[in-house]
Design a protein around this ligand. Structure first.
Ligand SMILES: Cc1cc2nc3c(=O)[nH]c(=O)nc-3n(C[C@H](O)[C@H](O)[C@H](O)COP(=O)(O)OP(=O)(O)OC[C@H]3O[C@@H](n4cnc5c(N)ncnc54)[C@H](O)[C@@H]3O)c2cc1C
Length: 473
């Protein structure tokens, strides 16, 4: 385990010895284990700390919010006032911290430096960095065995081979580390794993500039991440750009232009459209990535549409901005009740369905919607939404407030779920517009690229919803 920039102390985890094993029915003596020190995992820690419940927060990365750090150069669309958890704020302010300007739109890096890292520091050695969870089960119980199951602790296996026990698990491990594939049918394109594919949001104008400048780059995807990358690439001289989408038109990515309910989103779309119309960006529609071949001229990406028609493009680099999916494999020995479409819990799915909801219209929800048949295991944060791209930190903060209240036995608080997210105000476009004049275009979510419902996909139609086309896609 490593020391961190945020000052959390690196400690070694001792495997539980026989004398530390918990007898059936005595799991309460064990800590709650939170997986992932992103915004939601850290908020869970804050609620646990406030309620005096022992916990450990395990983070795979070598810094807190390691996934946010990957998009640290991206400015988000929701202002600070929606990005700070209430319990975290109380703990931080008691420690002398001053909240950033509530109306400001931070970058990912600012989220970490000005909020998440100071928060993690409060928890000292309860936050363990460089600790990756590889599997979760019940001590002595596989998924099939029932009798007495609820009485035994959770068993958590780490990448190091060490094992821990927990009374409950709050899985806030996100989806950023499991991006969707390039292949248009949800399966990897043939050869996709043999060539180098960058995932969404490379720092094209910053740290990654040398890798893109002068290189013909293909961006695949129709969401905001694709748009953001395309606009950045367009600023690089002598850099040919091709943009491939499954749909027959890019109108959904362009948004409503001047008439868009969200001016920042409209501005992004208007710029993108101008680049396509001027020929700066070559748009390939009806592109269903099927095969990827390394050739002497570069990487050939072949599309085969549902009718069998092929088209191809040969490029130097590929950016796959096709969204994310949850990886439930670490919990494969637990009893999960997953929605067959989204991979969220079944109860949550209708509340977050991107065909019906934008970020700002998702209703408040908590422990009841997040519960699985496996008592004591909760996936929270962006992972809880599965493939729905409508997640907001604010909804995740309410999730963990409710779940931790339930773990504390305070069911009244757990079920009193509340969320005040004006549909457009949460991802304030006016702010984004004003701030753009000062610090550049806000390129994170936009209050829901899906603030109007998506057209329902028609079987066989090419213009259905693109993966990753949501708030953060
Ligand atoms: C570019 C972008 C812009 C966004 N803008 C906004 C915005 O403006 N407003 C908003 O509300 N939301 C926004 N979001 C959506 C969402 O709020 C963020 O993705 C947020 O980071 C999700 O928080 P999280 O804690 O659930 O997950 P994450 O931030 O993804 O954190 C998960 C953590 O778990 C760790 N981890 C993963 N696997 C393991 C493991 N096996 N063991 C241990 N640790 C593990 C990861 O390293 C990571 O640190 C944006 C997302 C993106 C990608």
């Amino acid at each position: 385990m490593s020391d961190s920039c945020c000052g959390t102390t690196a400690i070694e985890i001792e495997p539980f010895t026989t004398s530390q094993q918990t007898a059936p029915g005595q799991t309460g003596a064990l800590p709650v284990v939170v997986i992932g020190a992103g915004p939601v995992g850290l908020a869970a820690a804050a609620h646990l700390a406030e309620r005096g419940i022992d916990f450990l927060l395990l983070e795979a990365g070598d810094q807190v919010a390691a996934s946010v750090a990957q998009w640290g150069h991206v400015r988000v669309f929701s202002p600070w006032k929606y990005n700070i958890d209430a319990a975290a704020r109380r703990l931080l302010e008691a420690d002398g911290w001053t909240a950033p300007d509530g109306e400001w739109l931070p970058t990912g890096a600012e989220l970490i430096d000005d909020y998440l890292a100071p928060l993690a520091k409060l928890f000292n050695d309860r936050v363990l960095l460089g600790v990756k969870v590889t599997a979760i089960s019940r001590l002595g119980y596989d998924r099939v065995r029932t009798a007495g199951r609820e009485e035994v602790p959770f068993l958590i296996r780490l990448e190091s081979g060490e094992e821990l026990q927990a009374r409950a698990i709050v899985d806030a491990s996100g989806t950023y580390t499991s991006p969707n594939v390039l292949g248009a049918s949800g399966l990897p394109a043939h050869g996709e794993h043999e060539v180098f594919v960058d995932h969404a949001l490379p720092d094209v104008l910053g740290a990654d500039r040398d890798r893109y400048e002068g290189k013909h780059t293909l961006v695949v995807g129709a969401g905001h991440s694709a748009a953001t990358t395309l606009l950045a690439l367009a600023e690089l001289p002598d850099t040919p750009i091709t943009w491939a989408i499954r749909g027959g038109s890019a109108s959904r990515t362009y948004g409503g232009g001047d008439a868009d309910a969200l001016p920042a989103r409209g501005a992004l779309g208007t710029r993108l459209r101008a680049h396509v119309e001027s020929g700066r960006i070559q748009l390939l529609t009806g592109f269903f990535a099927h095969r990827v071949n390394a050739t002497d001229q570069g990487v050939e990406v072949v599309s085969r549409d549902p009718s069998g028609h092929e088209q191809s493009v040969t490029v130097d680099r590929i950016v796959s901005a096709t969204g994310y999916r949850p990886d439930h494999s670490i919990a494969a020995e637990l009893r999960l009740d997953l929605d067959p479409v989204l991979g969220s819990t079944r109860a949550l799915a209708p509340l977050i369905d991107p065909n019906q909801h934008s970020c700002g219209t998702v209703p408040a929800h908590g422990v009841d919607e997040l519960a699985h048949p496996e008592p004591g295991y909760y996936a929270v944060g962006v992972k809880s939404y599965g493939r729905a791209p409508t997640f907001l930190m604010a909804t995740g903060y309410e999730q963990v407030r409710s779940v931790i209240a339930a773990l504390a036995g305070d069911w009244e608080a757990a079920r009193d779920v509340q969320l005040d997210l004006p549909e457009t105000g949460v991802c304030s476009s006016n702010l984004a517009d004003a701030q753009e004049q000062r610090v550049g275009l806000a390129t994170g979510i936009s209050g829901g690229l899906l603030s109007t419902p998506l057209p329902l996909a028609t079987v066989g139609a090419t213009a259905s919803a693109e993966s990753g086309g949501g708030c953060c896609g």
